[in-house]
Design a protein around this ligand. Structure first.
Ligand SMILES: [Zn+2]
Length: 309
């Protein structure tokens, strides 16, 4: 959370805390309000912008349900809380990746770039797009959820959202180890290989799995080939949909494994793309793109993101 000067975009003050892992639907809004109260300059804030994991209802200012939060509270009325407790005049809300795309687009505007796609590969896979200079937010703020595009219609893996064969179910930080484990259990990984042993271990994380790629482990090459093809399938679907000039890639899984993407994933895009691929860049605002994007939606009064309170 940050207080941002709307004219200069300078961050006046910022604070952060982990997302409360509680089934209580009030836990998150309470934590957000507490976090806000610590900020210098809060008394001068008129407009607030919220960048949240989806799905959301941006018209009502509600986080609908959060697949990556334990306990799955059904609906979190975060805007109503903020207005009630802190008295902001206007509140704006967007999916975190849609907000990030908007921030990354504005950071590059003036360079005649009208179309940008933002993709983050972290715990989940998220995306956001700016087309013809406008953020693509969609009804209630849920457009461009590209992590839930289907890359495998056989539905071998089930996604956290409940859907079958979604990109995120194979390629996100949470799911790469689950996918490896499933393949190992089904005899698709050579028995006794390093990947086999690692995948069947209870607490294997994406970092350890990708370590096998970095160390050029021969027995795990087919697995990384499979993973790269699924990754390129998801990425090319998003690129074909939005036809961006610039693709901004972020998220811990991407940033910690850029070699894998450059050597294995990006070359595979050519097989799937209709048009020439976009220029691929890193996020100007790093991990703060969603935060800055939320502030920019509020500062610029983007009507499609305004909460009706
Ligand atoms: Zn899904």
């Amino acid at each position: 959370m940050a207080v941002v000067d709307g004219a200069t975009l300078r961050i006046v003050d910022s604070s952060e805390a982990p997302t409360p892992q509680s089934p209580d639907p009030d836990a998150i809004p309470h934590a957000v309000v507490e976090l806000a109260r610590r900020l210098r300059g809060l008394d001068r804030v008129r407009r607030a912008g919220i960048a949240s994991i989806g799905p959301i209802d941006s018209r009502r200012g509600v986080i609908e349900l959060a697949p990556n939060v334990a306990g799955r509270p059904r609906s979190i009325p975060v805007a109503e809380f903020l207005k009630g407790e802190l008295g902001f005049e206007e509140i704006y809300m967007a999916n975190d990746c849609n907000a990030a795309a908007y921030a990354e687009y504005l950071a590059r505007s003036g360079k005649e770039r009208q179309d940008l796609l933002y993709v983050t590969i972290s715990t989940g896979i998220g995306g956001g797009a700016v087309v013809d200079g406008r953020p693509v937010l969609g009804r209630r703020g849920n457009a461009a959820e590209i992590g839930h595009s289907v890359v495998d219609p056989t539905g071998y893996m089930r996604c956290g959202c409940g859907g079958l064969g979604h990109w995120e179910a194979y390629c996100s930080g949470r799911n790469v180890p689950r996918y490896a484990r499933r393949l190992a259990e089904d005899g698709e990984v050579p028995t006794g290989s390093r990947l086999h042993l690692l995948a069947l271990r209870e607490n294997a994380g994406p970092r350890e799995i990708f370590e096998l790629y970095r160390s050029n482990d021969p027995s795990s090459r087919p697995f990384f080939g499979r993973l790269a093809t699924l990754m390129a399938a998801g990425l090319s679907t998003a690129i074909n949909l939005f036809a961006p000039e610039v693709l901004v890639m972020g998220g811990a899984v991407y940033l910690n494994n850029e070699n894998f993407f450059r050597a294995e994933v990006f070359p595979r895009l050519q097989d799937f793309l209709m048009l020439e691929g976009p220029r691929i860049e890193g996020p100007v605002y790093g991990e703060r793109s969603p935060l800055i994007g939320g502030a920019l939606l509020a500062a610029n009064g983007v009507g499609e993101a305004r909460v009706e309170l």
